[in-house]
Design a protein around this ligand. Structure first.
Ligand SMILES: C[S@@+](CC[C@H](N)C(=O)[O-])C[C@H]1O[C@@H](n2cnc3c(N)ncnc32)[C@H](O)[C@@H]1O
Length: 284
């Protein structure tokens, strides 16, 4: 068996083959690879917080949605969002939820975000695997995509599940001042009002097309990271897309490891992260 290559400190992207199991070498990196082969190579109990924004399994019908104005709605039609059946999606979900549990510290928390298409299935599987749900947080979108067909409510929310590894897990981080500040109304309830990712924040290619169909807003990740981690904590995202999680972790002086299997997202994310700065006062 060949020895894993030495990873340079300034190297941002690493391949699955380069992972040697030393935590120091994995800090502040993006792994280009499939999380099902990468996660088993990681040392156990390394992560303080896990954020997962998995495929939604939207099961969109093979027809175009046209706005009244005549423009086409860009749904999530990517290959990575297609599963053969609910059973296939459940098997996929159970697999990654089991893999990430092993790399969570006993005091770690996990956030999983989804829509009505997948979040109920994920919640059930989390409970069946022994995760203990602390909260759900509703992301109320201030600028949701309208319902053009007018046959159902406009879907203007996503749900985040926040959980610990098991019911007995102790010592997790909860920064209640931030939670109170971000939450809804006088009691700081579990509803976050935020717009979709747009403007300069949205990564686009040379033709002006979105690089990723489901890039999350940085403000959402700011709330996740500030409420549930401390400076220096190790944050893992196993399906990282454009690495919004890594960018915000870096901004607030948290360490990160991102995993993503699509090269075009990893390349865009690397560019994005190399331009990101840690805010003053978050360096320790
Ligand atoms: C909903 S998107 C995440 C978007 C991300 N939060 C962002 O802000 O850009 C889900 C991502 O999971 C990735 N993915 C799906 N299966 C994967 C796997 N087995 N290993 C690694 N990445 C995977 C997809 O390529 C996709 O980019």
């Amino acid at each position: 068996m060949s020895e894993p290559k030495v990873i340079r400190k300034d190297q941002l992207i690493i391949s699955e083959e380069e992972i040697g199991g030393h935590l120091d070498e994995l800090v502040d990196k993006i792994v280009l690879g499939d999380c099902f082969s990468v996660l088993p190579k990681l040392p156990a109990e390394i992560a303080d917080m896990i954020f997962v924004d998995p495929p939604y399994n939207l099961q969109l019908p093979p027809k175009k949605l046209i706005r009244w104005s005549g423009t086409v709605v860009n749904g999530v039609e990517d290959r990575w969002d297609r599963f053969g059946s609910f059973a296939d999606y459940d098997a996929f979900t159970e697999r990654w939820l089991s893999e990430v549990k092993r790399v969570m510290k006993p005091s770690a928390t996990i956030w999983v975000i989804g829509t009505y298409h997948n979040i109920f299935r994920i919640g059930r599987i989390m409970q069946d695997l022994g995760y203990w749900i602390l909260n759900d947080v509703i992301w109320l979108k201030t600028n949701p995509v309208p319902n053009f067909l007018r046959v159902r409510f406009t879907n203007g929310t996503e749900t985040l599940i926040w959980a610990i590894k098991d019911k007995e897990a102790k010592g997790y981080t909860f920064n209640h001042e931030w939670a109170y500040k971000f939450g809804y109304g006088k009691v700081g309830a579990n509803v976050w009002e935020l717009p979709l990712c747009a403007g300069n924040e949205r990564l686009r290619d040379e033709q002006g097309q979105k690089i990723h169909s489901t890039q999350k807003p940085e403000k959402l990740l700011e709330r996740v990271i500030l409420t549930s981690t401390k400076p220096g904590d190790f944050v893992l995202d196993p399906m990282a897309g454009t690495c919004t999680t890594g960018r915000v972790a870096k901004k607030f002086g948290r360490r990160f490891l991102m995993i993503e299997k699509e090269k075009k997202y990893v390349e865009a994310a690397a560019k994005r992260l190399s331009l990101s700065k840690t805010l003053p006062g978050n360096n320790d």
